[in-house]
Design a protein around this ligand. Structure first.
Ligand SMILES: O=C[C@H](O)COP(=O)(O)O
Length: 228
């Protein structure tokens, strides 16, 4: 499983990148609003993220256009920011059509707001490089978000979509709307390719109470050695 950071916060991205396990970044309009992002600085901000993570890490920048022509135009401009930009597009009819056009031009798409197997299969056939099923928002309405991710992983892995994606690569499932380290565990066991996690969840993934307890006892015992 690869780990993406789900944030537009540059300090969080810099810190996570320094840990050596960061494989990409995903953003959305809410995350950009959360850091106080300005409309006319959006492309520059995405460029800053691309520069931090380097050319091998995909950075999802979301289109807020609503018609296929506008999404395609938006996607082309976003793709010009850096070679590692992935255009994030909501799962809807206009989004599918735009994905089809952008994929044919070699522009990778992350199809977001995906909540069902049929949506995921359509996204893959339209040419999405990444598909992002949401876990937490499903849980928010008392449904089982993890079960949906598992179903989507199974369904997508039943087929070969390499003829549909932008550059003949296999579709990868990004488990999104991740709210806990346990979500990551369950998604890994189900074979999700990627988990995109908020920085708070990434920090929790490193921690375990037995690690803390073990470290504490090692340090105390080492003090005895040093003072002997
Ligand atoms: O855009 C994708 C995010 O992973 C959504 O996460 P959220 O449901 O916690 O806002």
């Amino acid at each position: 499983m690869k780990f993406f950071l789900d944030t537009a916060d540059l300090a969080e991205i810099e810190e996570a990148a320094s840990w050596g396990a960061l494989a990409g970044v995903t953003t959305n309009p809410s995350l950009y609003a959360k850091i106080g992002g300005k409309l006319d600085d959006f492309h520059n901000h995405m460029k800053r993220i691309c520069d931090i993570v380097g050319p091998d890490c995909p950075v999802s920048a979301e289109s807020v256009a609503m018609t296929r022509d506008e999404i395609v135009a938006d996607g082309r401009k976003l793709a010009e920011i850096a070679p590692n930009i992935v255009v994030k597009i909501p799962t809807m009819v206009e989004g599918l059509a735009a994905t089809h056009t952008l994929a044919a031009e070699g522009i990778p798409v992350n199809m977001t707001l995906c909540f069902s197997v049929p949506q995921a299969l359509l996204a893959a056939r339209a040419g999405a490089r990444y598909i992002s099923p949401f876990i937490g928002r499903f849980d928010d309405i008392s449904e089982d978000g993890l079960e949906q991710v598992g179903n989507i992983v199974t369904a997508i892995n039943n087929y070969d979509f390499t003829a549909n994606t932008a550059n003949g690569e296999q579709v990868e499932i990004i488990a999104a709307s991740v709210r806990s380290a346990n979500h990551v565990t369950q998604c890994a066991l189900m074979g999700a390719d990627i988990a995109t996690v908020p920085f708070g969840v990434l920090k929790k993934m490193v921690q375990h109470p037995l690690t803390d307890r073990g470290l504490d006892s090692f340090m105390k015992d080492w003090e005895k050695v040093a003072n002997a």
